[in-house]
Design a protein around this ligand. Structure first.
Ligand code: VTB
Length: 332
């Protein structure tokens, strides 16, 4: 029997890379978790960045960071444009957030993760480090049930109708920020419940993908644009829906975005425009959260939980790691 090893043009990423990515986010999560609860946001972030970079550079890829820790002069590592990998494999673009929720990790609060997405070159939106207005729901709904340009009331009513329930049975996740005061008041008027999170809206958006388990039906509000692209990549893999619009409210931001290829500053992006083609998304828990357990340090074993999504196959895998070689984490 002969096996057809040819790959389709949009299948640039080879499947073995899914497992390689697991190692990358595992290492970043463990490095951050060594500083969990120590009130040191910068230290935890730097530990995650260093570990992620080290692992990325071991991968058989010709990679470029398109969403990272910032631009070259403001970020010592994993800056936008940085080349990673051993240059021997496929040309890929990478979005990273080595420690999403630095404050959550520093305070040992739920929901900190190490997360990254990988896609073929040109398939992830080059999002500048600005805010993004976002809306997201999980899979199973007709396209366009909710829309970024509709009011919260319209969206909640439409979603309730589509779900076959009353608006007060809908749960909305929103980041707890003063900028959301009006949004929160509008949602309250519908009778829907609100879960407020202090940080970590990549995981927040992903919670919409399993409403029966997480209790979250809808994500609304303004968070980071880079986090928006990571969340969109994950949602594409499980078939949810998401839209985002960059908030380019100053000339400086519009210029910066233009320089990164954003020609229409008011454009509403659909999730497939933020992450297209074959995408792999991988996240490991740092602190315990609704989606993933955090890293556990035992006397002989370090335990990790990771979720890996792949868009081309729609596969979601949960990988529980038991690591016995502490030196692999620089912890011997
Ligand atoms: C979010 C969230 C991050 O920043 O996107 C948010 O995912 C947005 O910025 O974990 P503000 O904190 O300024 O509202 C974080 O909370 C921190 O990077």
């Amino acid at each position: 029997m002969s096996i057809d090893l040819r790959i389709s043009p949009d299948q640039i990423i080879e499947r073995y890379l899914s497992m390689e990515l697991v190692r990358v986010t595992e290492r970043a999560a463990v490095a951050a978790a060594t500083l969990r609860g120590h009130g040191d946001e910068k230290g935890a972030d730097q530990a995650a960045v260093d570990a992620m970079r080290r692992e990325l550079n071991r991968l058989p890829i010709d990679g470029e960071i398109v969403i990272g820790e910032g631009e070259r002069d403001e970020a010592p590592m994993l800056f936008i444009g940085e080349k990673v990998g051993n240059r021997q494999g496929p040309k890929v673009h990478i979005a990273v957030d080595p420690l999403e929720g630095t404050t959550l990790c520093a305070k040992d609060m739920p929901g900190a993760i190490a997360v990254m997405a990988m896609a073929g070159a040109g398939q992830l939106l080059y999002a500048p480090d600005v805010y993004m207005d976002k809306i997201a729901i999980g899979p199973g709904y007709a396209r366009g049930v909710v829309d970024l340009d509709a009011t919260p009331v319209e969206n909640i009513q439409a979603l309730a109708r589509a779900k076959g329930c009353k608006p007060h049975e809908i749960s909305v996740l929103i980041m707890d920020r003063p900028r959301h005061a009006e949004l929160i008041a509008a949602v309250r008027k519908t009778g829907a419940s609100i879960r407020l999170i202090t940080d970590g809206d990549v995981a927040g958006v992903i919670l919409c993908t399993e409403p029966e388990k997480t209790g979250i039906d809808l994500y609304l509000g303004i968070g980071g644009a880079p986090e928006g692209v990571l969340a969109a990549a994950a949602l594409r893999c499980v078939g949810g829906q998401m839209q985002g619009r960059l908030i380019l409210d100053t000339e400086e931001k519009r210029k910066r975005a233009h320089g990164m290829g954003v020609l229409d500053p008011a454009r509403k992006y659909d999730m497939s425009e933020m992450a297209s083609g074959d995408v792999i998304v991988c996240a490991t828990g740092v602190t315990d959260g609704g989606m993933l357990s955090g890293v556990r340090f035992g006397p002989d074993i370090i335990e990790t939980e990771t979720i890996v999504y792949r868009s081309i196959t729609g596969t979601t895998r949960r990988i529980f790691g038991e690591h016995r070689q502490f030196d692999k984490f620089g912890l011997a």
